[in-house]
Ligand binder design. Structure first.
Ligand code: GDP
Length: 522
């Protein structure tokens, strides 16, 4: 039996725009519901004098799953021929978005549901913003309740334009828009005949067409330690590999302690699971050669794996705590298995997610606000920028015992290279004053590359003998060094680089001799 692929999808959108209905309808159309469920729910609705809602099916479905206790009830699953789907954070759950923010469940794609009649509303925008914050790139917009606007192509186009404008500002470019009626099942599991003007796919076909991101096992290793177990005098380091892969004999570094050792064994419970190599998304246990003290929260990486260890970082946060997120107060930060006391060092700006209005100079962040901040800690924190590695690039903030916020790491807050440059004591200007003019740039070009190079080398010698400051840069070094040399008044010679602005170009013929008259020109 081959392993079935599974895809995590999140449904977001303004309240009452039809998320639950769409999910209920998907469960119904893919026959994920237990036999007779829909009849049962219809009957109950009738008896209670209520209009039937697909959303009721979700409750029935959950009830069923809860009894089975096999599946985490915050997730709803259904499957198609292609694969299994896990719907994360289905609406109706109180903790809407919390799971997503905290990364307890990470969505690979999002379906943003918008009511065709009402159009874009506050939460449509807020959720759009959060998707961008979470770096979810695969966004699909379901334009729902098309039945209420007579399946009008014109109205659909209006919504598409509205959304494109707002989401474009957030750098989200939806993969597609799908006009649907969740309630009537139009364009949900099969193409609607009522909207023949729409040439795209149904919701289900769209979902089946989503390609999963590949290659997480090819990224650098990130193995956060969850626990250490002792078994007959061996210390087994256990955790889930977040990215990359690991095998017996690998040299590994424990961050932030920087202790280095080798992997002695990859543990297994049953003989059939025996393997010497493990990779991303697997929960594993390993032993290492040097049994020094290690603990939960440390991150195991390979050498030079690029992880950052720092006391501060720049981040985008989303706050959902009852109490505001305050400057000067201590909070607990969780990244992978690390738990560290932190505080806000600086609030760069607070953004009203619905209007995208920016407020600077704030000293706290209110519930539902998004902000760009700098976080600092006494203890070193190991992390990646979210764009490089999601698992070590997202965090949660705990206020007392509540998950009150979360966000993504943009990068280290230590002075960037560019900022350092401006703090240099010798400026471009100083050099100019001292050396009066830039060194010349001489480009040696001609049909024969070899001849150009040997000409350049001879020219360097000639000018050098004439007492000039000169340097021949071969092409690999050029980008880095030419400006520096010239700023210091040194003539730079390069070969085989055409169309360089500022260069005195010398076209060399096959003979490639240096004539003294060239020296005069230079
Ligand atoms: P949610 O808050 O986004 O989960 O919204 P619901 O799924 O609970 O839907 C809100 C209301 O809109 C319910 O009364 C639904 O029956 C209704 N609704 C949902 N989809 C459609 C649709 O395609 N057409 C019509 N006419 N009503 C719909």
């Amino acid at each position: 039996m081959s392993l079935r692929e599974n895809l995590n999808v999140v449904f977001v959108g303004h309240v009452d725009h039809g998320k639950s209905t769409l999910i209920g309808r998907l469960l119904y159309d893919t026959k994920a519901l237990p036999d007779g469920a829909i009849e049962k729910v219809k009957k109950i609705s009738e008896e209670e004098g209520k209009k039937f809602e697909y959303a009721f099916l979700l409750d029935a479905f959950e009830e069923e799953q809860r009894q089975g206790i096999t599946i985490d009830i915050t997730m709803i699953q259904f499957f198609t021929k292609r694969r299994d789907y896990v719907i994360i954070d289905a609406p109706g759950h109180k903790e809407f978005l919390k799971n997503m923010i905290s990364g307890a469940a990470s969505a690979e794609a999002a379906i943003l549901v918008v009511d065709a009649k009402e159009g874009i509303q506050e939460q449509s925008k807020r959720h759009g913003y959060i998707l961008s914050l979470l770096g979810i790139k695969k966004v699909y917009v379901a334009v729902n309740k098309m039945d209420l606007v007579d399946y009008s192509e014109e109205r659909y186009n209006e919504i598409v334009t509205q959304f494109n404008e707002f989401l474009g500002n957030l750098n989200i470019h939806p993969e597609s828009y799908i006009p649907i009626s969740a309630f009537l099942g139009e364009n949900v599991a099969k193409k609607s005949e009522k909207m023949s003007w729409y040439k795209g796919k149904s919701i289900l076909d769209t979902m089946d067409g989503i390609e999963k991101d590949k290659g997480i096992e090819k990224k650098p290793l990130r193995f956060p330690i969850q626990d250490i177990y002792k078994f007959d005098n061996r210390r087994i380091i256990a955790g889930r590999i977040e990215s990359g892969s690991l095998k017996k004999g690998d040299e590994v570094v424990f961050y932030p302690s920087l202790k280095t050792t080798k992997v002695k064994s990859v543990e297994f419970w049953q003989d059939k699971d025996k393997t010497d190599e493990v990779s991303a998304k697997m929960s594993v246990g390993i032993t290492v050669e040097d049994e020094f003290y290690n603990k939960r929260g440390e991150i195991i990486c390979h050498k030079d794996s690029g992880i950052t260890v720092s006391n501060s970082f720049n981040a985008n946060v989303f706050w959902m705590g009852k109490e505001p997120f305050l400057k000067g107060k201590k909070y607990k930060l969780k990244i992978a298995t690390q738990e560290i006391e932190i505080e806000i060092e600086k609030i760069k700006k607070v953004i009203d997610a619905a209007t995208l209005q920016e407020i600077t100079g704030a000293d706290h962040i209110n519930k539902n606000d998004v902000a760009e901040i700098v976080i600092k800690s006494q203890q070193p924190i190991c992390f990646d920028a979210f764009g490089d590695n999601e698992a070590l690039g997202r965090f949660v903030i705990i206020d007392e015992f509540n998950t009150s916020g979360g966000g993504i790491i943009l990068g280290s807050a230590e002075v960037s290279k560019k900022e350092r440059e401006t703090k240099r004591l010798v400026t471009k200007e100083d050099r100019k004053n001292k050396f009066k003019e830039l060194g010349k740039l001489i480009a040696i070009n001609g049909d024969n590359k070899e001849t150009n190079i040997s000409f350049a080398i001879k020219l360097e010698k000639k000018l050098f003998d004439l007492g000039q400051k000169v340097y021949y840069l071969d092409s690999k070094e050029y980008e880095k060094i030419a400006d520096i040399l010239r700023e210091n008044g040194i003539t730079v010679i390069v070969a085989n680089r055409e169309k360089l602005s500022e260069a005195v170009e010398i076209i060399v013929d096959e003979a490639g001799k240096i004539s003294d008259n060239i020296l005069n020109i230079i």
